[in-house]
Design a binder for this molecule. Structure first.
Ligand SMILES: Nc1ncnc2c1ncn2[C@@H]1O[C@H](COP(=O)(O)OP(=O)(O)OP(=O)(O)O)[C@@H](O)[C@H]1O
Ligand SMILES: [Mg+2]
Length: 310
């Protein structure tokens, strides 16, 4: 089931400044499945926060449609089903972590009984039990984000939107948050994660979308986004044989005594390359698509412009 669905979602900010209107979201159509960790990547200013804010009903939509849990964004009926951790959260500093969770729960219309029964497991989940009675103003950035994740979950939502949950946090803090996100996923919840940290998204997201200047330029699994189109690495006993690949088939990218990488005009041509090797009685041990890093794929996506929407 699709828990988030947008169709041609567009958000234009009108400004009085010289630069005129800003198209923060340009006809974004995407779907997020129930139970997945969905990573929304994009450089600064790409529109990630705007997208999450429109889905939360905190920013109006200029045109297009969006549904979250089958309801229009901001519908009061979805207040408890949707959790949110904003970018750079500033929680009321006089509250303790525990009081913040109570406050957030009441804001989302959760009963005091439910709040009381959820407090302890949530504090344990985010590793903040020891600090529950310390004021939020004393928390480190990592602790603030962890209590922030807990407050997003107090309504026991089906989906949580987390906007840059590990921004400005040290590597250990990042790892801890990643562990928390994995536990949330294991509870069957959907996690919508905004980030410009590729390695983080690569490590945890089931599917990734790349936003660039308001446009969705790629959507897919990390595997799909990192496969180098039509490039294959062949492990084979090539020795010092000189293998020439006709131009109409493709070209050789690299060759060693034990392997060869080819870039083909079309994927089926891999068979022609294999035929050529076998004709020379060369043993073939493996043939696999070449992967590029998500970083490389991200860089290509944001520099070459729109390719696909889904
Ligand atoms: N309230 C606003 N009024 C005018 N322009 C805005 C407003 N909010 C965002 N923008 C503009 O919309 C564009 C998208 O901004 P947004 O904050 O969604 O990007 P982002 O991908 O979250 O960036 P970052 O990685 O820095 O958080 C930017 O050009 C930004 O300046
Ligand atoms: Mg942002």
């Amino acid at each position: 089931m699709r828990i988030v669905e947008t169709k041609d979602l567009t958000k234009i900010f009108t400004t009085r400044q010289k630069k005129g209107n800003i198209i923060a979201l340009d006809s974004v159509s995407l779907g997020v499945d129930q139970g997945e960790v969905f990573g929304l990547l994009g450089p600064n200013g790409a529109g990630k926060t705007t997208l999450v804010k429109t889905l939360m009903g905190l920013t109006s939509i200029t045109s297009g449609d969006a549904l979250v849990n089958g309801l229009p964004p901001g519908n009061p009926g979805s207040r408890q089903q949707v959790g949110f951790l904003p970018e750079n959260p500033r929680f009321p500093s006089h509250l303790t972590g525990r009081a913040l969770l109570v406050f957030s729960g009441r804001l989302s219309g959760v009963s005091d009984d439910d709040i009381n029964s959820r407090l302890k497991p949530l504090l344990v989940l985010v590793g903040m039990e020891r600090w529950a009675d310390t004021k939020v103003s004393k928390y480190s950035k990592g602790m603030t984000q962890r209590i922030g994740v807990a407050q997003a979950l107090i309504g026991d939502p089906d989906i949580v939107f987390l906007d840059e949950p590990t921004d400005g946090i040290d590597p250990i803090g990042k790892l801890e948050i990643r562990g928390v996100l994995e536990k949330i996923r294991d509870q069957g919840k959907t996690v919508f994660l905004n980030s410009h940290l590729l390695s983080e998204v690569e490590a945890i997201a089931d599917r990734v979308a790349i936003l660039s200047r308001g446009k969705l330029v790629r959507v897919g699994t990390v595997d799909e986004l990192t496969v180098h189109e039509n490039q294959y690495e062949i492990e084979a006993d090539i020795g010092n044989e000189r293998i020439v690949i006709p131009e109409e088939i493709g070209q050789r990218v690299s060759i060693t005594a034990k392997s060869m990488t080819v870039s083909l005009v079309k994927p089926e041509n891999i068979n022609k390359v294999i035929d050529e090797l076998r004709l020379r009685r060369i043993n073939i041990w493996s043939v696999k698509p070449v992967k590029q890093s998500l970083e490389q794929s991200f860089f290509e996506a944001v520099t070459e412009g729109p390719e696909q929407t889904a």
